[in-house]
Design a protein around this ligand. Sequence first.
Ligand SMILES: C[S@@+](CC[C@H](N)C(=O)[O-])C[C@H]1O[C@@H](n2cnc3c(N)ncnc32)[C@H](O)[C@@H]1O
Length: 373
Amino acid sequence: MKCVGLFAGIGGMELGLHSAGFEPGLLCEILPEAQAVLKERFPGVDLHTDVKKLRSIPKNTSILCAGFPCQDLSSSGHKHGIAGLRSSLVGDVFRLLAKKKCDWVLLENVKFMLHLNGGEAMANITQALEELGYRWAYRVMNSQNFGVPQRRERVYILASRTMNPENVLFRDCVHEPATISRPVDISAPVGFYWTEGTFATGLADNALPPLKGGSTIGIPSAPAILFPSGIVGTPDLRDAERMQGFDEGWTRAAEAVVKPSFRWKLVGNAVTVNVCKWIAEGLLHPPKTGPTNFHPHTAKRWPGAAFGAKGKIWRVDGVYGPFNRTSLSSFLQYPTKPLSHRAVTGFIGRALKGNLQYPLGFIQALEKYAKTL
Ligand SMILES: C[S@@+](CC[C@H](N)C(=O)[O-])C[C@H]1O[C@@H](n2cnc3c(N)ncnc32)[C@H](O)[C@@H]1O
């Protein structure tokens, strides 16, 4: 079973598929530092640079996967939409599929894609898949439910020409959330972006907020954690790599090309390995039945989960899981780096100026920490 990885980055999707039994047959990635990682981690695999120059994919490909660039679709990006310079590169996926239709296609991108410009990206993608003869299913899935304490909600689109992708994507589901959502509580570690504080709280309860690829000018930024002890620190890069499902040190080879801090960007851009492994396991043993709680969907807004074919869409309601949760406190293996006085007071200043609501005692705990520095 061969897979092709376009926009392969550091190979999160490909490693997930490989762990389940797929062999990478071709990789394509434009960034030299990510290529350095791919060369080391997938030795001997045909590695191409620019997807626009890729003529075809190998004949025996079972699945093509692509976590295509999200900058134009992200809520924190330019919001140019699917026609934007970078996200429109998904068009090359369809160009290649038109030449060689493989059994399965797996796409990943940010959740905001469902809403931006009325969900235009989803409409384009599902239409393109259908034109190529694919049946599709998608779900918003959170890495936090796959054994890593990182709140990272992403849309996973799975399509097939021969099978029902919804049977794979909606397996192991329950109809109730694992935990009733509750306010973030500072008696457990709280993950947050110390660079934010003005527009959104983005706090994560006993977890990290989504690791990010860094700012548009390429400055990698690690989130911070307020521990119940009152200490505030940023996690070690090795723990961040583990937080995406990689072994620690996975991106070390990038240091031959860029400064060590830029490894954060590669990790933040990656697709969580564990989620892709779970999907790949389902491809190898596809269940015979699919979701039960589905309804024809006609509303303009894209729901959080659906499947479709030949112009019809069915919304899938109330799907949660699988649940494999782990707490941030038990996950971290390396000491955190204390957050600087400047960083913490900068955050407090922004938070106090704005009118965002923070959990009881959160800002006070940060103020207390700042006084210890
Ligand atoms: C969201 S990241 C994908 C991450 C990857 N799936 C992983 O797990 O690491 C998108 C990737 O597309 C790459 N990319 C952007 N333009 C490209 C192009 N023209 N050809 C190939 N790769 C490109 C970026 O360098 C980036 O690594």
